[in-house]
Design a protein around this ligand. Structure first.
Ligand code: SF4
Ligand SMILES: [Zn+2]
Length: 129
C-alpha cells in the first residue's frame, strides 16, 4: 500500500464522505454536488492527473466523472500514444487508456485491486474521523 500523494493534504474533499465522490451511476444530484466541491478545490489539476495516470474508472476526480475522463472526451488532454512500460500494474492500466485501447487482463486486475485499496483506505479514514 503506497501512501497518499502530497496534494491530497490540500484536497477540498478532505473529511467529506467518500460516497459523495462515488455517486451511483446516473445520480446527477450527488455528481453535481461533488463537482461543486471540486470547483473550489486548489489541487483539482493534480487530482485529475492522478486519476488519469492511475486509470481510475470510478468516481469524480478533479471535477470530472468517469465518462468525462474517457480518452475520446479528453479534448484538452494530451492523448499521444504512450509506451506501456509494464503490464499488471495500475500505471499500465492508465497507459492502455491513454492509448485508447481496452486494458489487458493483468492491468485490469491490478487497477481493480488499487481502486479497492483506495476505497478501503477512504473507509478507514472516515471511520476514524
Ligand atoms: S478535485 Fe475534487 S475529488 Fe479531487 S481532491 Fe479536489 S475536491 Fe477532492
Ligand atoms: Zn496491460
Amino acid at each position: 500500500m503506497t501512501s497518499d500523494p502530497a496534494w491530497m493534504a490540500a484536497a477540498a474533499c478532505r473529511g467529506l464522505t467518500p460516497n459523495l465522490f462515488h455517486p451511483e451511476p446516473g445520480d446527477s444530484r450527488v455528481t453535481l454536488h461533488a463537482k461543486q466541491v471540486c470547483a473550489e478545490c486548489p489541487v483539482a489539476d493534480a487530482c485529475l492527473q492522478y486519476a488519469l495516470d492511475n486509470g481510475m474508472d470510478d468516481g469524480v476526480w478533479g471535477g470530472k466523472t468517469p465518462g468525462e475522463r474517457r480518452p475520446r472526451n479528453r479534448r484538452n488532454i494530451d492523448i499521444r500514444v504512450y509506451p506501456i512500460r509494464e503490464h499488471g500494474v495500475s500505471a499500465g492500466y492508465g497507459a492502455h487508456l491513454r492509448r485508447r485501447e481496452p486494458p489487458c487482463e493483468a492491468c485490469r486486475l491490478a487497477h481493480n485491486q488499487r481502486v479497492n485499496e483506495y476505497k478501503k483506505s477512504q473507509k478507514r479514514e472516515s471511520g476514524a474521523a
